[in-house]
Design a protein around this ligand. Structure first.
Ligand code: SF4
Length: 88
């Protein structure tokens, strides 16, 4: 199974997004900090992300699982919306 095309409703954006998007939608194409929390019920996301990321990047992701402060979160959502708008 290729999980890239799996979709779910994003609790941050309010619309459907693909797992492929969640893997690269963070700063500098990093995964969203919620990628494990959002996808663990759909497939084995932890081994997938461990294989996809370097050990250091995976550790960073693991540590980032707590949400950012509200201002950082808002700026991140604005950036994601801009990127989505520029692609359409
Ligand atoms: S991982 Fe991030 S971008 Fe993807 S659905 Fe969850 S909150 Fe949204």
């Amino acid at each position: 199974m290729d999980p890239e095309a799996l979709e779910r409703r994003c609790p941050r954006l309010g619309g459907d997004v693909s797992f492929g998007y969640c893997k690269v939608c963070g700063k500098d194409k990093a995964p969203c900090f919620k990628v494990i929390d959002c996808w663990w019920e759909r497939f084995d996301v932890v081994p997938h992300m461990k294989a996809y990321l370097s050990p250091d990047a995976f550790e960073t992701l693991r540590k980032q699982r707590k949400p950012p402060d509200k201002v950082t979160n808002l700026l991140d959502l604005i950036q994601q919306a801009k990127e989505r708008a520029s692609k359409s």
